[in-house]
Ligand binder design. Structure first.
Ligand SMILES: C[S@@+](CC[C@H](N)C(=O)[O-])C[C@H]1O[C@@H](n2cnc3c(N)ncnc32)[C@H](O)[C@@H]1O
Length: 281
């Protein structure tokens, strides 16, 4: 393998600063990375190889990253970021990796947010939804909550540039009382996988994301019901609540929202396989 095919992947290296003999022993070429990933069962081996090579600061780190990926760690945890709505969001090990389908929820939340509005993200994980809303809408006052310490730390880092305040705890419990009745947009991608289906999730999720980020109880709606029950107290008059659900859960979620006194609609996106239930106080 020629080093010229490999070296440009690493910033600071060029033909004018050739690798030393010691470095040569640890060089890893793109084809080798693709083959290693493919042999391990990665479906998008070419794309993943590109991301790994672009993310690694040096050959030794690339080798270690490839080995972590081959061992089954989610790609996003290996490189430390995810592309979400075209934005690069930090994702730490042990923090739920934002899914492509959740882009529907994030974009709908942004579309319902007026400049300067107060936005609350419950079960924020990395804080990805808040980052999208604060990027697309000027001057939002952003609050976020998660029960997992790793997620809280990660979200604080991602939301710091937007002045976002991130609280640790159970749903509404850690929020300042002054927010009651003041939230214009309440967005929640909270766990909604039925307990009996958690075992069917891909190993990347089951083994590397916390159970509390996945398990939504017997019908998957346990946490969502608590979100719905509290929403009328925290939403401003005319404020919106947006949640992601599974497609089959949407009619139940719609009915629970209606019972809580909110006008509800269901929005779907077939390409993203995404369902969002939206309520208005
Ligand atoms: C499916 S993940 C979604 C994370 C993030 N909203 C996203 O879309 O990437 C659900 C998140 O809710 C958090 N969570 C679960 N139960 C919670 C609760 N009772 N209170 C606050 N956060 C909770 C989990 O820790 C996890 O980060």
């Amino acid at each position: 393998m020629s080093t010229s095919r490999f070296l440009p992947a690493f910033p600071g290296r060029s033909a004018a600063s050739p690798a030393t003999a010691a470095d040569n022993s640890i060089l890893v070429g793109r084809d080798t990375v693709v083959a290693r990933l493919r042999a391990a069962g990665c479906v998008f081996a070419e794309d993943e190889a590109r991301i790994l090579i672009e993310s690694a600061p040096d050959p030794a780190t690339l080798r270690a990253m490839v080995e972590r990926r081959v061992a089954g760690l989610p790609l996003e945890h290996v490189v430390g970021w995810v592309d979400f709505c075209g934005l690069r969001i930090d994702v730490d090990p042990g923090v739920f990796v934002p899914r492509r389908r959740t882009e529907l929820l994030a974009r709908r939340a942004a579309a319902l947010t007026a400049p300067g509005a107060t936005v609350l993200d419950l079960g924020c994980g990395s804080g990805a939804i808040g980052v999208v809303v604060a990027t697309l809408v000027a001057g939002v006052e952003l609050y976020a909550v998660d029960v997992e310490p790793a997620a809280v730390e990660c979200a604080r880092r991602n939301l710091r540039p937007f002045g976002g305040r991130v609280y640790a705890g159970d749903l509404y419990e850690p929020l300042p009382a002054r927010l009651r009745g003041r939230v214009d947009v309440l967005v929640a991608n909270i766990p909604y996988v039925p307990t009996g289906e958690v075992g069917l999730l891909p190993p990347e999720a089951r083994l590397h994301e916390p159970l509390v980020a996945l398990d939504g109880g017997p019908d998957g709606l346990d946490v969502l019901r608590r979100v719905f029950a509290g929403a009328p107290d925290w939403l401003a008059p005319g404020g919106h609540l947006l949640v992601e659900t599974g497609q089959a859960q949407a009619p139940v979620a719609w009915a629970v929202l209606a019972d809580a006194g909110l006008d509800a609609v269901v929005v779907t996106d077939d390409e993203l396989a995404a369902t969002v239930v939206i309520g208005r106080r």
